[in-house]
Design a protein around this ligand. Structure first.
Ligand code: F6P
Length: 323
């Protein structure tokens, strides 16, 4: 393998730039030519491709977002679109790809790899931490820290007014962000899609929180149809417990931005170097994972097959530490 195209796809995540930097430099270090592909698979179709040198990725490790931009491409979902993408790869002599993104991006990558027999290695980058076969994903730690910081601030005003706050966080259908930021910020509870919460349990939870003469209560809620989201939950609680002064905060896209934490920069750098090593070893159709602090090659099929299990231990830690 003599050359590699690098692209970021799907929702951006802090640490994507550190990943682009590591892949580019590892490729050049190994005598390969590196190409930056702009706007994900879309740019592969529309020929937004540029050769990257070592200094193309200077001064980006500390930046959030992605210098390569990101997009969702409907055309890539069609056979004709993928054919155009492949033709452009041939035009530049790009014989492999590193795809940095979440489950949607890796699903697209797997289809493309099989169709044209292209060596593709994936790197898990999403704040949701919802990819199977890796303990953590690039961007997740930064988002957790961003939420924790916001929670600390909301706690100040919640305590002053003795209020009950429902704070909605991202995660799509996954409760990792809500559960772990609840632990980190000392929240009273996390309402996550993986654990169904009956109406009465929610009531009990709230009453418990106040019974112990807490001066404020904070509940993290994952955005999701399953949880109903923070606004709906708050409406219900207001109706049933009019004695509580309820407020809602939806953190939204601020969770996706910001300078990546040291942990995300290091993870992205390790995974980037590993992605090029995987290509050199003739690995294909694998995602770079991290398990017990060791790099792993995870077949795409396993990475995107099913939702990652939420940790029972973490649920217990929140349950115990919030009494
Ligand atoms: O997958 C990352 C994520 O931020 C999810 O947590 C969220 O549901 C979704 O992307 C939001 O997507 P968009 O930026 O397209 O609104």
């Amino acid at each position: 393998i003599k050359s590699v195209g690098i692209l970021t796809s799907g929702g951006d995540a802090p640490g994507m730039n550190a990943a682009i930097r590591a892949v580019t430099r590892a490729a050049i270090f190994n005598g390969m030519t590196a190409y930056g592909i702009y706007r994900g698979f879309k740019g592969l179709i529309t020929d937004e491709i540029e050769e990257f040198k070592t200094n193309s990725v200077s001064n980006i490790i500390q930046q959030g977002g992605t210098i390569l931009k990101t997009a969702r491409s409907d055309e890539f979902l069609t056979t004709e679109g993928r054919q155009k993408a492949y033709d452009n790869m041939r035009k530049y002599g790009i014989d492999s790809l590193v795809v940095i993104g979440g489950d949607g991006s890796l699903t697209g990558a797997a289809v493309f790899a099989n169709e044209f027999n292209i060596p593709i290695v994936g790197m898990p980058a999403t704040i949701d931490n919802d990819l199977n076969g890796t303990d953590t994903t690039i961007g997740y730690d930064t988002a957790l820290n961003t939420i924790m910081d916001a929670m600390d601030k909301i706690r100040d005003t919640a305590t002053s007014h003795e209020r009950l706050f429902f704070v909605e966080v991202m995660g799509r259908n996954c409760g990792f962000l809500a559960l772990n930021s609840a632990i980190a910020s000392g929240a009273e509870a996390a309402i996550i899609p993986e654990i169904s919460i009956e109406k009465d349990q929610l009531g009990e939870l709230i009453q418990q929180g106040f019974r112990k003469s807490k001066s404020s209560s904070m509940v993290l809620v994952t955005e999701s149809e399953v949880t109903g989201g923070a606004i709906k939950l708050a409406e219900r609680v207001k109706k049933e417990y009019p004695q509580y002064d309820v407020r809602v905060t939806i953190l939204g896209h601020l969770q996706r931005g910001g300078t990546p934490t040291a942990q995300d920069r290091i993870l992205a750098s390790r995974m980037g170097v590993a992605a090029i090593q995987a290509l050199q070893e003739n690995q294909r159709n694998v995602m770079i994972g991290i398990h017990e602090n060791e790099i792993d090659y995870v077949p795409f099929k396993r990475a995107i097959k099913k939702q990652k299990d939420i940790s029972e231990e973490m649920l217990e830690v929140l349950r115990i530490s919030s009494i």
